[in-house]
Design a protein around this ligand. Sequence first.
Ligand code: FAD
Length: 392
Amino acid sequence: DAAEVVIVGAGPAGLVLGNLLLGAGVRCTVLERQSRAHVEQRARAGFLAANTVRVLTENGLADGLLKDGRQHDTCAFRTDRGEFHLDYGSLGRGEAHTVYPQQHLVRDLVAEFLARGGDLRFETPVVGITGITGDHPAVTAQSADGTLHRLSARFVAGGDGRHGTARTAVPAGAVRRYRRDHGVTWLALLAAAPQSMGPVAYAVHEDGFAGHMARTPDITRYYLQVPRGESPDARPDARIWADLAHRMRADRHGPLHEGPIVERRTVEMTSDVLDPIQYGRLFLVGDAAGLISPAAAKGANLAVMEAEILARGLTAALRGGDEQPLARYSADCLPRIWRAQEFSHWMINLLHGPAGSDDDAVFLRALQQARLESLQTSRRHQDHFAENYVGI
Ligand code: FAD
């Protein structure tokens, strides 16, 4: 039977959407550019919000993360004035993160989609999307042997990330793109080493930010702020560990558990939001709908939130003949997207002070200190932080 929904991209957005649609009896096909091995090994996010875990649990997609995910509910901030902890699991709404590597989640979602009888085609890039303002939108995809196939459906969901094809199918002028370059670059590292401290530590340092994030018992993520344009290979392992130890103030707070750096890439802190995130019969979801800087670990969580709302809308349209929820998709998602962007932007300003000795930089660094002090001492500020840190 022909698909009712064609989904472009097998990341968290496309795969959660696909599984929810299959669960509701909607026929869908997922087209993915990369191989199965590639998407199941692509390490990115790890911190799942309570809402994400709820969506996955309610839809029978959480077996892996409930078994192997770890609950984290505390984070630490290190500054030149010492260290303070926020036990956010007992602040705000009392929610914790579940730490489960994104590639494991993707692996689980692929397995479940196939077990439910879903049509998932790897190594099948989508090269064009047409007819989205009519009743018969279609995607053109290329199979491994180079032949082009056209798949038409009632609706198309674009979950193919920021550089995918779906975004480009919306005509310029039909959508407004808000964007910001936060001017900060992180070297994102995976070390084959156990965590060195509590699950999450943010080190604010005049030489630049450093971060520590637990992933699994043998793998830990670190972030090191680097100058824009620096090659991911510019710093040898020994220099990376020295820089991390220096900025994390290991002499005061204890040594880092070093190990081989098994992955390194640079990530520029940029954000963008599209408005609306739907056009005709095309619906954007996940990073395709908007990119959020990873400072507050929101990207995958927004993707799951949007996938749930979109699945409900598509199901109502296809099974109940009611297109109203689908018409409201953008309006339902955008306020939450902006809340997450606001918090993420605040986190960037909390963690990074501008370098230099000009008046502006000195003033902004003093504000950064005041912000940290407020977070350390004000219970109301801590509750607000906790609510936004884990919430979507
Ligand atoms: P993607 O995961 O990018 O998936 C899109 C898929 O579409 C890919 O598989 C791609 O191959 C495929 N595709 C692209 N073009 C085409 C095409 N033309 N045809 C077919 N397929 C195509 N988020 C968090 O919530 N918590 C975190 O802790 C966190 N940490 C992060 C750390 C780093 C270093 C990075 C880079 C990101 C992090 N994020 C985090 C963000 C998170 O990883 C993304 O927001 C998330 O992957 C978005 O999911 P998605 O499905 O929208 O996009």
